[in-house]
Design a protein around this ligand. Structure first.
Ligand code: 4FN
Length: 229
């Protein structure tokens, strides 16, 4: 899957996507994260990409032409005709596992990251097909949000997770349940013992215990998860 990311901070995207599972997936050709620097499409030799807001007030607005030209550049190098264009925005609907699943079926998507006060509204009207948020808090820019989306979507692409890593998929996460507690050696840590059942070797009983813990934790820690998807 190809992710074209239109951003003023391409190194943030390239660096974060170069490590661990995403880095390995890129090497294997399963994902391709292409950060496009909006500043390369600045309107003048000073590299200007933002301007004061019409109507006055504090802060700067990202100008439409540089973002549009970066978008045209991304499309020129696109494999498909009309890729979805997602603007990461606090005004979008909040990213869910179901949405990530849906996006993981795409061949290619274009992501737009905001900065300052965000882009000129006309860029949203002209090129954006949907707005997605990663949660309700203030960010300094859309890049961390784009990386969250890339991470959540990439791990669902067949082959991206190794055998061990994809074990997680076979647990209860697809039912929107939290993980049961995990333990590894040593058997006693500062007087705290590993639950006896996990040392019993009764795989049926262990599975039953884990599901119980999973359901119980979801109910007490994240009761909101039961309804969400
Ligand atoms: N954020 C809120 C209300 C008003 C503004 C913000 C805010 C980065 C360009 C957008 C934030 C959160 C989740 C992108 C937040 C996201 C962003 C995201 C984001 C700079 C303008 C801005 C009511 C949510 C607290 C800054 C609420 N998911 N403005 O954060 O891009 O994708």
């Amino acid at each position: 899957m190809i992710f074209h990311v239109l951003t003023l901070f391409p190194e943030m995207i390239r660096d974060a996507a170069s490590h661990s599972i995403l880095g390995r997936a890129a090497k294997a050709g399963l994902i391709d994260v292409r950060a496009i620097n909006i500043r390369d499409f600045a309107i003048n030799k000073h590299g200007q990409v933002d301007d004061a807001p019409y109507g006055g007030g504090a802060g700067m607005v990202m100008m439409a032409p540089p973002i549009y030209d970066a978008y045209v550049h991304a499309k020129k190098n696109a494999a498909i005709e009309n890729p979805r264009v997602i603007f990461l925005s606090p005004q979008g609907s909040v990213l869910t596992q179901a949405k990530a699943q849906q996006l993981s079926a795409e061949k290619e998507i274009i992501l737009v990251c905001g900065h300052y006060e965000g882009p000129d509204e006309r860029i949203i009207e002209e090129i954006v097909t949907e707005e997605i948020s990663v949660g309700d808090y203030v960010l300094t820019g859309g890049e961390p949000a784009a990386l969250v989306l890339i991470d959540a979507v990439s791990r669902l692409i067949p082959g991206v997770l190794g055998k061990d890593e994809s074990h997680q998929n076979e647990s209860f996460s697809h039912e929107n349940l939290l993980e049961h507690p995990h333990y590894t050696r040593p058997p006693v840590f500062r007087g705290r013992e590993v639950p006896e059942i996990l040392l019993s070797g009764h795989h049926g009983k262990i599975e039953e215990w884990r599901r119980e813990k999973s359901v119980e934790r979801t109910k007490t820690k994240r009761p909101d998860l039961r309804r969400a998807d």
